[in-house]
Design a binder for this molecule. Structure first.
Ligand SMILES: Cc1cc2nc3c(=O)[nH]c(=O)nc-3n(C[C@H](O)[C@H](O)[C@H](O)COP(=O)(O)OP(=O)(O)OC[C@H]3O[C@@H](n4cnc5c(N)ncnc54)[C@H](O)[C@@H]3O)c2cc1C
Length: 383
């Protein structure tokens, strides 16, 4: 094994969080001379599509926003509404555009070195962080980790996943409202579970249709395929469509904490750093906020970097919703329908982005079944 190579920072994992941090570091006033980015994957495939809502008008990734909508619709059997999102926009970024944009910019900056290799180990040794691959050891002042996710599971914790499979389909004639994605369509069979469909229109003839569930485990592949086919052919009444791409994945929705056993020179980011919201799985927006927070700490010359902490009340709300979903005494479809039917969208979106005031939180809570939510709250507070 060759001797240590020393960097200011190492970014372990160049997915959403690693690249977001690197791009914000590049644009910051932080003084550094060498950053190593390392991933086992080349990041040259369109392996995911990110959708999220924001009020921000200026984002560092504005150039690669593929779609920006000012409304979306919510559907269930009893309620259907097209909702104007002002002051929010619903945005879509394609994985491949994001990776290519970031990697091109970072490659053009001699301070960043990008390496494709498998990381075997990360840890802290005295006052430096150390990363080992099969043949090489690298060290740095701070290492940002999104490659290793360590979940501290406890028996009482409710740990779910948002699991999904999507087909990007193309039709010969105009079939989709390109101006209005379907955020959640709960009018599908629920199977005593939480199941819904996203319809993300790329154009009038192209859309990503995603069958999604919130539950303890993913479904078998053929179940997603059957539900997608059923929805496209019997709800959207489309025939003769072509499947252009598929997207499959899951996102942790967990009550357990992602922990850092790697020592104080390692800072976890992305899902590994707790950026996936436990009650929804939405992550992209929180990654942007959290990586910005880390860059701000560096700009302010902080001696000890820390992963941003979530406000305790939002942690509690997420635990309560997971408890309600898990108990199944009230259907998830009814909970989400009440949230969208009874609240102003700007309050609900602020609440889900953890930016609402306590008064807004109380209004949101008042809109769902008190009996079930109070019971779940008492249980979580006692635990
Ligand atoms: C298909 C899909 C769609 C999603 N859609 C949305 C969405 O619409 N909105 C939203 O908010 N969130 C979404 N998410 C959730 C979340 O935004 C993404 O998972 C996001 O990519 C998480 O970023 P991350 O950096 O934490 O992890 P990743 O992007 O997965 O990056 C981790 C990186 O670490 C690398 N790595 C792992 N182990 C090693 C190793 N041993 N050595 C070297 N490299 C390693 C991996 O190759 C990977 O590149 C989606 C997730 C998936 C899977």
């Amino acid at each position: 094994m060759s001797s240590d190579k020393k960097y200011d920072f190492i970014i372990a994992g160049t997915g959403c969080a690693g690249l977001s941090l690197a791009m914000q570091l590049k644009r910051s006033s932080v003084k550094f001379s060498k950053v190593l980015l390392i991933d086992k994957d080349l990041k040259n495939k369109n392996d995911r599509t990110w959708c999220f809502w924001t009020k921000e008008k200026n984002n560092w990734f504005d150039e690669i926003i593929f779609k920006r909508w000012d409304k979306f619709s919510f559907k269930s059997n009893s309620f259907e509404k097209e909702i104007t999102l002002n002051p929010y926009s619903y945005l879509m970024v394609k994985g491949i555009d994001f990776y290519a944009f970031c990697l091109n910019e970072l490659r053009a900056d001699s301070r960043f070195e990008i390496l494709t290799d498998e990381i075997k180990e990360i840890n802290t040794k005295d006052t430096v962080a150390v990363l080992k691959t099969k043949d090489q050891t690298y060290s740095c002042d701070y290492l940002f980790n999104s490659a290793f996710r360590v979940l501290n599971k406890k028996p009482k914790h409710i740990n779910y996943v948002q699991h999904f499979k999507g087909w990007l389909i193309e039709t010969e004639t105009d079939s989709f409202n390109a101006e209005c994605p379907v955020f959640m369509d709960f009018s599908v069979e629920q199977y005593n579970d939480c199941r819904f469909i996203y319809v993300i229109p790329y154009s009038k003839t192209r859309a990503l249709i995603e069958y999604t569930g919130f539950s303890k485990e993913n479904l078998k592949d053929e179940l997603y395929d059957g539900e997608l086919k059923n929805y496209i052919e019997n709800k959207l009444n489309l025939t003769g469509y072509k499947i252009i791409e598929t997207e499959k994945g899951d996102i942790p929705m967990v009550e357990s904490d992602f922990i850092n056993p790697f020592g104080d020179r390692v800072v976890n980011i992305g899902t590994a750093g707790g950026s996936s919201k436990p009650s929804t799985g939405y992550t992209f927006y929180f990654i942007q906020k959290n990586t910005k927070h880390i860059v701000n700490q560096l700009e302010n010359g902080s001696q000890k970097l820390v992963s941003p902490k979530r406000k305790k009340r939002f942690l509690l709300y997420d635990k309560i919703l997971l408890e309600v979903l898990d108990k199944k005494e009230i259907s998830a479809k009814n909970v989400f329908t009440a949230l969208f039917r009874k609240n102003k969208i700007k309050h609900l979106l602020a609440f889900l982005n953890e930016e609402s005031s306590i008064t807004e939180d109380l209004m949101i809570m008042n809109s769902v079944s008190k009996k079930h939510f109070i019971k779940a709250s008492i249980k979580k507070l006692i635990n």
